[in-house]
Structure formats: C-alpha cells, structure tokens
Design a protein around this ligand. Structure first.
Ligand code: MF3
Ligand code: CO
Ligand code: CO
Length: 249
C-alpha cells in the first residue's frame, strides 16, 4: 500500500527532514583526518536528540548505532567504530531521523582531503545522478522514469549501479512501498501521485555493480571487487508539477 500524506503529515515530515539536514551539516563540520567514526556517531546522536528527534537507525532490526558510516569499499550500513578518518577516504553518511512519529532519510558522500580524479568524479557524479533522478519526479510520472534516468546517467559516466539495494517510500515507517530502484525502464512501474513521499538514493560503484555482506556481521555491505562506492539520498514529496526536497536546506 502506498500512502498519500495529508497536509498535517507533510508538515511533520518537513520538520523531521529539517532536523536530518541540520544533523548532516553538523557532522560535516567534524569530518577531518583523525576523527573516529564512533565520535561522529555520538555527535549525530546527541544533536538529533537535542533537536527533539530520534536517530531511528538505532535499534532498527537490531542495528547497533545511531547513524551508518560506510568507508571506501563499504557501500551502505557501515557501523561506526574506533577507526579514524584519513586523507583520501570516501565516507558515506546515511541516517534517519524520526520526529513526532514520522521518518526522514538522507545520505551524503564526502572525500576526506583529496583523492584521484576518478574517485572525485565517482562522488560528484553520484550526487548528480540523484539530481537527475529527482528531476523526473512529479505527479503522473512513473517510478521507472526516475530509475531509468539514474541508470543512464551512471552508465554514461562509467559507473555501475548497485541493484541489490533500492530507494523506497517513507512515512511513519522508514521503509514503505513503493521500491525505487536505481535502474529500470521508462514508462513502467508505479505512477507517482501528489502527496507520496519517497527516499531516492543512488548507490554507484567505480568498479562492478556486485556487492555482498562481509563475514564480520549481518549489516555492512561491501563491493565485491574492493573498489569504492558512493551514495546520495534525499527524502522528497511528490507535488503536482515536481517535488519538494524534505531533507534539504
Ligand atoms: N538509511 C538506510 C536507507 O537508506 C537504512 C538504514 S537501516 C539501518 O534505507 F538499520 F542500517 F540503519
Ligand atoms: Co538512508
Ligand atoms: Co533510504
């Protein structure tokens, strides 16, 4: 079932999204070589709680931390621990904020210091792929229009698309219908309607699209070939003539 949010629900989701945005901005200030991943987790946790939200990754199906931090070949669901950031790291930060019963979900990828041109391009083009996907969102469009645009953009820029993980509807639950894949055919799939809220989240790889779980835990997804991956995500509202980003400025 795909829920259509009322004006009251949308207003709460804007607030949830705003706390998510502010928490990302706060974390960004601390992204420097030497900082430990679990310090970033603590900073995000405290910030979100202080703003009246809850970092709802914490305890979600047993997830042990408040945010996901995925380094280099880690694609998603990286678990913050005592590792320190260092120059050249590709770091993806992804988390949800629950506020008055509603969820927001956003992810960004950063490079610490500098990296090779191809890694810089991986990150830039993944952010751009999200924008291209968003540009297809409006009432009457199909999910496949969004998926296809992301896939085409990724391939044009020499990147592969992770297929094992997809975007999703969002609302009172972190993950709701419909799925929002980052690959597919135009004019196919669910028709978007005003009042739907979606988390759109391309995960693009520099090497092959294949990903797998590590043998250390049941969470961290890595690229099979060890090449880096990038991830950008926004929670958006579908409108009559486009979309509104709920996790933006
Ligand atoms: N934020 C992730 C998503 O984009 C979900 C994280 S679930 C967690 O769908 F348990 F790992 F936090
Ligand atoms: Co997310
Ligand atoms: Co998501």
């Amino acid at each position: 079932m795909i829920s259509i949010k009322s004006d009251r629900e949308i207003e709460i989701m804007r607030e949830a999204g705003h706390i998510n945005y502010l928490a990302h901005e706060e974390i960004k200030k601390h992204l420097k070589p030497g900082v430990r991943l679990n310090e970033l987790d603590r900073i995000a946790h405290d910030f979100i709680i202080k703003r009246g939200g809850f970092p709802s990754c914490l305890g979600y199906e047993g997830y042990p931390k408040s945010i996901c931090i995925s380094l280099n070949d880690e694609v998603v669901h990286g678990i913050p621990d005592a590792r320190k950031l260092k120059n050249g790291d590709v770091v993806s930060i992804d988390f949800t904020v629950r506020y008055k019963g509603y969820e927001s979900d956003a992810a960004r990828t950063y490079i610490i210091g500098s990296a090779t041109k191809e890694v810089e391009d991986l990150v830039k083009n993944t952010e751009e792929a999200l924008k291209i996907g968003l540009s297809k969102v409006k009432s009457g469009a199909k999910i496949g229009d969004v998926s296809h645009a992301i896939e085409v953009y990724a391939h044009e820029h020499g990147l592969s698309v992770v297929e094992d993980l997809v975007g999703h509807g969002i609302g009172t639950n972190m993950h709701e219908d419909p799925d929002v894949p980052n690959f597919g055919e135009e004019h196919t799939g669910v028709t978007l309607k005003t009042g739907m809220t979606l988390a759109i989240e391309p995960m693009l790889n520099l090497g092959s699209k294949d990903v797998c779980l590590t043998d250390k835990d049941d969470w961290v997804i890595v690229t099979e070939d060890g090449y880096p991956s990038a991830h950008f995500e926004h929670t958006v509202l579908v409108t009559e003539d486009g979309y509104e980003i709920l996790t933006g400025e």
